[in-house]
Design a protein around this ligand. Sequence first.
Ligand SMILES: [Mg+2]
Length: 298
Amino acid sequence: MRSARRRRFIALADRQRAGHPIHEMPQTRLPPPLASADLSRVQAVFTDVDGTVTSSNRLEARTLRSIEKLKQNDLRVVLVTGRPAGWGDCWLRTLPVDAVIAENGGVCLTRDRRGRFEKIYSESSSERLRNRKRLLREVQAALRQVPGARLSTDSPYTEVNIAIDYNEEAKLGPTALRALELFLKRRGVTIARSSVHLNCWIGAFDKLSMVRRFIRECWGLRLAKPDPRFVYAGDSLNDAPMFGAFSLAVGVANVAEVWSELDQRPSFITRGREGRGFEQLAAAIIARHRDPPLRAAR
Ligand SMILES: [Mg+2]
């Protein structure tokens, strides 16, 4: 990206962080507002967690209430996150959601038609064991290259991925983050940046591959494009494959901060940041959707 264009994006993000509503900012390079999306046939909402339903790293009661309202209106809700399987286990048992796709698609936690807990992995147990050993070796080597770099505090609860903290407890600058990314890429490790972590894994999967599999195996349906039944909401670089695959792909307003780095972008953007943006999306879906509940295999 040319430097002048990049400076305009950075200025846009700075204005948004300073509290200027997104609708007051130049719209030329951002997608149309959420108000222009046809949400009348939505039956299921897939959403990222960090920076999309959380606000300043907290799940606020009002955002949780909007998830509850989606469920009360017979809409399906699936969390799609880079966070560990251990978090997914907790969320599936405590939040009003149908499934949690965790570790950037490495594992899906859901319930079968009889309500029994079920875990679906992207890879076989032998593949996971082999990849996990190599991944731990490569990530430890990367951490030794960059002073101050460390694993995320939730990495012990992962089964497939591992995460390096750059913006949660730690505050790594862009130079250190870039050095980690280059090192890991050269070693054949797949990386994806969320709003807080650099997620690392070895294996041919991502958020999108597991979402496609979940829709097929658990609901007996297929994700097509255009597909008015499914919405995806996200904010970060690890959401890019989802933004590209969903015709109703919605960025919460803070997605503008990574706009210049996204290789696949959302079709619509909310006025609100983080959880406020998700609440606006949920309210718009509930106000407009008319279709009966999803007729799924389970
Ligand atoms: Mg996020």
